[in-house]
Design a protein around this ligand. Structure first.
Ligand code: AHR
Length: 701
């Protein structure tokens, strides 16, 4: 077996393990003190515990038995269990979900050079801070033209985010701000091939004013092929005015949008939105992740600078090393929620940034607390409120429904240990003004009792298997759990089947315990796979759920596992038990890098399962994950139901090898198959394929 753990550069398991230990220890101590341990559902000690001798002997291993007690509802499945987590990483928005096709449209990506822009013909381009569009966009692109003709036009060109997609019979909206000096010619805006030999669509702006002005054109393609090795060119065939042979044109906010999801102006990319819609997510956690924190306080997600017209958004550097225009700002996040019928899980900046900058609780933190209150008012306030009125002015009079606010992100990294105090200050202010909001802490705190605590787990396949029953052991008192970031980090750029299997094992545990795990979201969601390595790479973090280039997108096997889990579950968690679950040896990694002493070898289960029921229809959803590379017969026994119809449905995701995966070139190698099945009942045996995730829909009588 390959050691998948060693392929993970940034394991988070130690943290998760520690937190789990603390939880279990607290649980045990509380139990001893009170003399009464709270009842556990599906305790592995009595139900799923590996059985010695199940494998590794010469005898045929006994058939695993999964028992479902349909007469015992152990909890309610949280209706908001499956959601999305998102931030600007791996070109998730810029060059990803955000529809903008022009890279570095405001020329702020680099302080000295107009990166991602080229000159066409005999012109000279440079950045100019002396001709700002406004205070927010204080640098423009200057084009000096002294020779230009019909045969040799001069202009500027942008090749987008590793290409510009061009499709047949499609209308694109191009716009830019410009002003000219000693220039009176027309400008041609064209979508053309990267070598300039083929023009797919063009439009003309007859005259450029001497003052900044916005120009809009549409570009409509005809009966052409689909391609991505293209560029947008704005050019002139005249060098200057009647009086001067040398003309100058300044540009800013040069923008190009293809059709967007729901036709929203400044909107999102339809194919990616459809993939997300298929996940049936119930919430969107935004804007991070590290993106909410920024490397420094100055580079935090400062929401007030992300709203209003895109020409008034200064943009900022993302902690993942590239420029964000903030074109996808607070209102666009909310509209994204609206489009996919999700509720926002709003992360507010809480006074800590990644390079160990923090704001002490007390008066210095007040402005940040106020910013958070204003942000909540922007989201939820009616139009009589200051910030609700601004939202209306920005184009969305109706308030958004908000239930969850997360205070910060991963504040256990704050070495000043100021989070307890910072959390208390945010908590008190938000609770006083918005008593119904559920407030999420990013690490356990003592100062206040949060409604939920956000736990993050980035793990290997075996670690996911080893920890898949952790939540069965959690105390049922105290804050609920938000698993705000989690992933089996196997496979790059996107997870392979090993990743999907680790995820599925983990999801069976979250779902079985979604009486306490109320919300959960995989991370990261997106990766632009155009340039995985080298300078100007498009991926900052390996193992991301959905991959794409500028033209097409694909879901990883783990994506399909998510779709399956999210779309197929009931509202009641059923009691389960099991016998003869096969296990195998697993050597956990050393706790510290380079440590000589290895932790003891563990037995990890190879089959995971859970059962939920739709209380309206009576359908039982049995999820079975077979991590083994061999077909696995499993006996299924259902008690507490009058009967189960022989006919049902199976949804199956499987692969021939753990390394099998999907890619931009082979997007559908591993996809779920839905099939009708017979032979079901209250007692039946079914063979589960090697490396498979199966959901059986069992119709009760
Ligand atoms: O998901 C990638 C990063 O992992 C997130 O930005 C951060 O919260 C975590 O450390």
């Amino acid at each position: 077996m390959p050691n998948y753990f060693s392929m993970n550069p940034i394991p988070r398991s130690a943290r998760g393990t520690l937190r789990f230990r603390v939880a279990v220890l607290t649980f045990i101590v509380c139990g001893l003190v009170s003399g009464l341990l709270p009842a556990q559902t599906n305790s592995p000690a009595t139900t799923n515990a590996p059985e010695t001798g199940a494998v590794g002997t010469n005898t045929t291993p006994p058939v695993p038995v999964l028992q479902i007690n349909a007469g015992k509802v152990t909890g309610k499945v949280s209706p908001t269990l499956y959601g999305l987590m998102t931030e600007e990483i791996n070109y998730s928005y810029e060059g990803g979900l955000y529809g903008e096709l022009i890279r570095n449209r405001t020329f702020k990506a680099n302080r000295t050079d107009p990166v991602f822009w080229n000159t066409v013909g005999n012109g000279i381009i440079s950045l100019d801070t002396n001709q700002p569009l406004n205070a927010a966009l204080n640098v423009s692109l200057k084009l000096d033209v002294s020779q230009a003709s019909k045969d040799s036009p001069v202009g500027i060109a942008n090749g987008g985010y590793w290409g510009i997609p061009v499709r047949p019979d499609t209308t694109y909206r191009a716009s830019f701000y410009a002003k000219g000096r000693h220039f009176s010619g027309a400008l041609t805006v064209a979508l053309e091939s990267a070598d300039g030999k083929t023009v797919f669509a063009s439009a003309t702006v007859p005259k450029i004013a001497h003052k900044w002005k916005k120009y809009d054109v549409t570009l409509t393609t005809g009966n052409i092929g689909t391609s991505k090795d293209n560029r947008l060119v704005i050019s002139t065939t005249k060098p200057g005015s009647f009086f001067s042979r040398h003309g100058t044109i300044w540009f800013d906010v040069v923008s190009l949008f293809p059709p967007t999801y729901n036709d929203r102006p400044n909107g999102t990319r339809p194919d990616l939105m459809q993939m997300l819609a298929d996940m049936q997510p119930k919430f969107l956690r935004f804007p991070g992740g590290n993106y909410v924190e920024g490397n420094t306080i100055g580079e935090r997600f400062n929401w007030k600078e992300t709203v209003g017209d895109i020409s008034e958004r200064p943009g900022h550097r993302s902690p993942w090393g590239y420029w964000s225009t903030d074109g996808l700002g607070l209102l666009e996040f909310l509209e994204w929620c609206e489009d996919l019928h999700m509720q926002p899980v709003l992360a507010v900046y809480a006074g800590y940034s990644l390079r160990q900058q923090h704001v002490d609780p007390g008066p210095k933190l007040e402005p940040y607390v106020q910013d958070a209150l204003d942000e909540i008012e922007y989201v939820t306030g009616d139009t009589t409120t200051k910030w609700g009125a601004l939202r209306a002015k920005d184009g969305h009079p109706a308030p958004f429904v908000l239930n969850y606010v997360e205070i910060g992100n991963e504040d256990f990294f704050d070495r000043s240990r100021s989070y307890d105090g910072r959390f208390a200050q945010f908590f008190d202010a938000i609770r006083a003004r918005y008593p119904n909001l559920q407030l999420i802490a990013t690490t356990p705190v003592k100062s206040r009792v949060p409604d939920l605590v956000d736990e993050h787990y980035y793990r290997s396949q075996e670690e996911m298997q080893a920890h898949a029953l952790d939540f069965d052991q959690y105390p049922r008192t105290g804050p609920k759990i938000f698993v705000g970031e989690w992933a089996t980090r196997v496979g790059s750029p996107t997870p392979n089947m090993a990743g999907a299997l680790g995820d599925a094992a983990w999801m069976t545990g979250m779902e079985r315990n979604s009486d306490i795990v109320l919300i959960s979201s995989y991370a990261p969601l997106f990766v632009n796979v155009s340039k995985l390595t080298g300078p100007d790479h498009s991926m900052q973090w390996r193992t991301d759920l959905i991959g794409y280039d500028v033209l097409t997108s694909y879901g990883s096997p783990a994506y399909y596992a998510q779709v399956m889990f999210s779309a197929h579950h009931g509202d009641e968690i059923l009691g389960t038990d099991s016998q003869n679950i096969p296990t195998r040896d697993w050597q956990p990694p050393a706790r510290r890098r380079g440590a000589v002493e290895q932790p003891p070898v563990q037995q990890v289960r190879q089959i995971f399962f859970n059962a939920t029921r739709d209380s309206q229809t009576g359908t039982i959803y049995l999820k079975v994950v077979n991590e083994l590379g061999t077909p696995q017969p499993v006996k299924i026994e259902i008690s507490g139901a009058a009967g189960v119809k022989p006919e049902g449905v199976a949804i199956v995701l499987k692969a021939d090898s753990l390394r099998d995966t999907n890619s931009i070139d082979e997007p559908a190698k591993i996809v779920p198959i839905t099939e009708s099945v017979t032979g079901l009942g209250t007692d039946f045996t079914r063979e589960f394929p090697p490396y498979s995730i199966t959901i059986l829909e069992l119709k009760t009588k």
